[in-house]
Design a protein around this ligand. Structure first.
Ligand code: FHN
Length: 463
């Protein structure tokens, strides 16, 4: 690592600090992230923390097949934090919205007062699941319990839940589970197994509980495991459990969680953030896309703006083009994209998210065969395109469309080519090393060309 000192305008420094707080990273990590997005990833840290990686043998596990086919899912961060929405005591609290309790060091007794105010009358399970469907997302992961400890399901082990603690009283997990079954979307449960700022023995709340009285093992055995049993018993088939921030969880504790899942629902997948490299699939860092192909089953969780939980003042929405490019980039490296929405305290998914998800759905309507069920493509490391593959078909996603009317592909021997946007055939030339293309990109976002390779003379690849 080389240390360099540069002078930057105050405004940019402020943006970097905000970005760091929003992503829960140091300012130097934020700078690295921004530079990586410009010049390609060069981070010294692996995009996938080994602790959050895939367990040995899982790559051959057929239980993951539906997830491998799915490629694109909806993450939902929703809870009491959507009421303050980033503002506490009239002060804007920097960072991601769902961390407001921690960042403002809000005492449990104060934070609990949000529950009687939580009455999300705009919540409509059919609309949320319908939006995921419309976006082309095949699974949905809901925060059943985030770090603040508030539960979106009925639990015999706490009254700090939407059912027992709020005027709304409805079990939204139940409603979403029924709706997912009806609309053919797999349902996954996010569950914060280590951090729980509401539980005296959970991890993280130093301002109320200090460290002295912590009995983390008792919290796992007497609270987390019984709640996990409820989630796996009361809502029908569960696609996956999305544990998060494993921190210091021991291998024995991770194993206990895993055994519980396997015992009750053997087909339910477990994400890599279970910790101790025991997950069924690997979890990349938040908003982190590896620099190249990763030979694991893996997923990037990501935000549409900067926050996960709703914040009134976060208008830093990524463009639809950017989101589609990220979907393509991730698929080209063999990963899944779990894209977040943060509904308001009324239970409404913000309009800018809805708009972008509709546009992504429209793009997938035209180009979905290049994403669903695909694996990493043969051409890697090129700035102007990404590739995916399905069977014998290579999908070329052109990020930077040339105006010359021709695409040079010396590493492929092309037998035939077709535009996914309208199904029209393109003409290969020069023994299959180039294709004639329109001078204007046919798709307003990423244009995809499906290529059948010449089996006899199929050339090498630039992997
Ligand atoms: O601390 C959480 C954060 O609030 C959010 O839930 C993300 C989603 O991946 N996970 C943790 C940070 O990595």
């Amino acid at each position: 690592m080389k240390e360099i000192t540069i002078t930057i305008p105050d405004g940019i420094a402020r943006r970097l600090e905000e970005h760091a707080a929003n992503h829960n990273v140091s300012v130097s990590d934020a700078v690295e992230l921004v530079l990586s997005n410009t010049f390609g990833s060069f981070s010294s840290r692996p995009a996938i923390d080994p602790n959050r990686s895939q367990r040995d043998g899982a790559q051959n596990d057929a239980r993951l097949d539906w997830w491998r086919e799915a490629k694109f899912g909806m993450f939902i961060h929703w809870g009491l934090y959507s009421i303050p929405a980033g503002v506490w005591d009239g002060r804007e609290v920097p960072g991601i919205g769902e961390w407001i309790m921690y960042r403002a060091e809000i005492p449990v007794r104060e934070y609990e007062k949000l529950a009687p105010q939580f009455n999300p009358v705009g919540f409509n399970a059919a609309e949320w699941v319908g939006l995921a469907r419309r976006a082309g997302q095949k699974y949905l992961v809901l925060t059943t319990k985030h770090h603040d400890g508030f539960c979106l399901f009925r639990s015999r082990h706490t009254r700090f839940s939407i059912v027992d603690g709020t005027p709304f009283k409805r079990d939204v997990v139940q409603e979403l589970a029924e709706e997912c079954r009806r609309q053919g979307i797999r349902l996954g449960f996010y569950y914060s197994q280590t951090q729980d700022w509401h539980h005296p023995d959970g991890d993280g709340n130093y301002w109320d509980f200090g460290d002295a009285s912590q009995d983390f093992d008792a919290y796992v055995h007497d609270y987390v495991i019984p709640q996990l049993r409820e989630l796996l018993t009361n809502y029908g088939p569960v696609g996956l459990i999305w544990f998060d921030t494993p921190k210091g969880i021991t291998p024995e504790q991770s194993q206990h969680l895993l055994d519980t899942v396997r015992e009750i629902q053997p087909d339910c997948l477990v994400c890599g953030r279970l910790g101790n490299s025991m997950g069924d699939y690997a979890s990349a860092g938040d908003n982190t896309i590896p620099g190249g192909r990763v030979n694991l089953d893996w997923e990037t969780p990501a935000t549409i703006n900067d926050t996960w939980g709703f914040k009134t003042n976060d208008d830093n929405w990524k463009s639809t083009g950017d989101l589609i490019t990220k979907l393509v980039d991730i698929a080209s490296k063999g990963g899944n994209y779990l894209l977040n929405v943060g509904p308001t305290a009324e239970g409404v998914i913000p309009e800018p998210s809805v708009l972008r998800l509709h546009e992504m759905g429209d793009w997938l309507e035209r180009n979905g065969e290049s994403i669903y069920g695909s694996t990493a493509g043969p051409l890697q490391g090129l700035s102007w395109c990404r590739t995916t593959q399905r069977g014998g078909t290579v999908y070329l996603h052109v990020l930077d469309w040339p105006e010359t009317g021709v695409l040079e592909l010396p590493d492929l021997a092309i037998a035939s080519a077709r535009l996914l946007s309208d199904g029209s055939d393109l003409t290969p030339a020069d023994g299959g090393n180039r294709i004639e293309i329109p001078t204007v990109a046919p798709d307003p976002y990423v244009t995809v060309i499906a290529i059948e390779l010449d089996a006899a003379s199929s050339g090498g690849t630039s992997d």
